[in-house]
Design a protein. Structure first.
Length: 357
């Protein structure tokens, strides 16, 4: 199975990608709206097709990416029937399955953090995605969205601690950089929910946490009750239209293909960031390219026009990728890297100045 754990730094949210290597069907657990571009790029690079997004609950600290990924990739949305959310393609009850190729996740109702919390268990019980019901040496709060400490205590004990001890637990969040735990570890060491702790002690602890509400709660909860669909007028997919047919890589780089650049050379500024010897060397250079070596780019980018798009170029696309990031940080809003650099440009037999056959 293809498996990736992804992280949103702003909300400390984990998103999980699972894919069946034979069918290439994939699903995402707890996608984040602000990371939809990243997730789509990763799936493109891995060659998998997103068929489902699953949320463990109606989040209060970030907006789910479910709706946006459905708009971009045609995936379907699944969430707990008890969540109260509208706009899903499937509402899940306990023990229902979501298939991706020959694999599946089984839903387990784990309310308590919110009334509609659901955990998902891989078909062989080797992995469980617990959302906020069970965190690494902790658990989600129970003081809003119909949360209830007694309900959470029983959910974890009955639905998660009943899994095999070897089962790995992947939580919805972690705020210390921890990535996973196991049923055995949490049953023994969880300071709130370990088997040595009684229900009344847990309830007393949870009722006295005194936590402030999440900063994005007023924005996130209404959007998540619509499976991440923004309110009318707050988001327009057309705003994502760019000045060229760009590709976003999992490394966070916007790229343009040589064929498009060859047809639109007069419309852009081509910035070659190689050294002078390379610029005039065997690979040659693109007509009208401006030579600004990467090492001096920060001192010389003032010579570039801000109202014209920029395509950065180097031998293979590595240095120019870094150059595109530097220029974006400097405030140039239409910048892309030439995919594959001069090696691909020459391989596709586009014209150069200088160079050797």
């Amino acid at each position: 199975m293809i498996f990736r754990q992804l992280f949103d730094q702003q909300s400390s949210t984990y998103t999980y990608l699972l894919a069946d290597p034979a069918s290439r069907e994939a699903l995402l657990v707890d996608p984040v709206f602000d990371q939809a571009q990243r997730d789509a790029a990763l799936m493109e690079e891995l060659g998998v097709k997103l068929v489902w997004t699953l949320d463990t609950h109606v989040h209060a600290d970030h907006v789910t990416g479910a709706w946006l990924l459905k708009e971009k990739l045609g995936s379907r949305i699944a969430i707990s029937r008890a969540s109260g959310a509208e706009g899903a393609d499937r509402y899940l009850g306990p023990d229902e399955r979501i298939a991706f190729g020959k694999r599946h996740l089984a839903a387990r109702a784990t309310p308590g953090h919110t009334a509609g919390c659901m955990s998902y268990v891989l078909d062989d019980s080797s992995i469980a995605f617990s959302g906020d019901a069970l965190l690494i040496r902790g658990c989600g709060r129970t003081d809003f969205q119909q949360g209830d400490a007694r309900t959470l205590f029983r959910s974890v004990r009955e639905q998660l601690f009943s899994l095999p001890e070897r089962c790995l637990i992947y939580p919805g969040h972690d705020y210390r950089g921890l990535t996973s735990t196991s049923v055995a570890e949490e049953r023994l060491y969880n300071p709130r929910l370990a088997e040595s702790i009684g229900e009344q002690d847990f309830v007393g602890y949870m009722e006295n946490l005194g936590l402030a509400h999440p900063g994005r709660m007023q924005q996130a909860v209404p959007a998540n009750l619509l499976c991440g669909r923004p309110s009318e007028g707050s988001f327009d997919l057309r705003k994502e239209a760019r000045w060229a047919p760009l590709t976003y890589t999992f490394a966070g780089i916007w790229e343009v293909q040589p064929g498009w650049l060859e047809e639109h050379l007069r419309e852009v500024q081509v910035v070659d960031v190689r050294e002078p010897g390379e610029f005039n060397g065997s690979l040659g250079h693109i007509e009208a390219a401006l030579l600004l070596p990467l090492g001096s780019l920060n001192e010389r980018y003032a010579t570039l026009k801000r109202d014209r798009p920029i395509v950065t170029v180097c031998r293979s696309g590595a240095r120019s990728a870094q150059a595109s990031v530097l220029l974006a940080k400097a405030g140039f809003d239409k910048v892309a890297n030439l995919a594959g650099g001069m090696l691909r440009w020459r391989a596709q037999r586009f014209p150069v100045e200088g160079g050797a056959e």
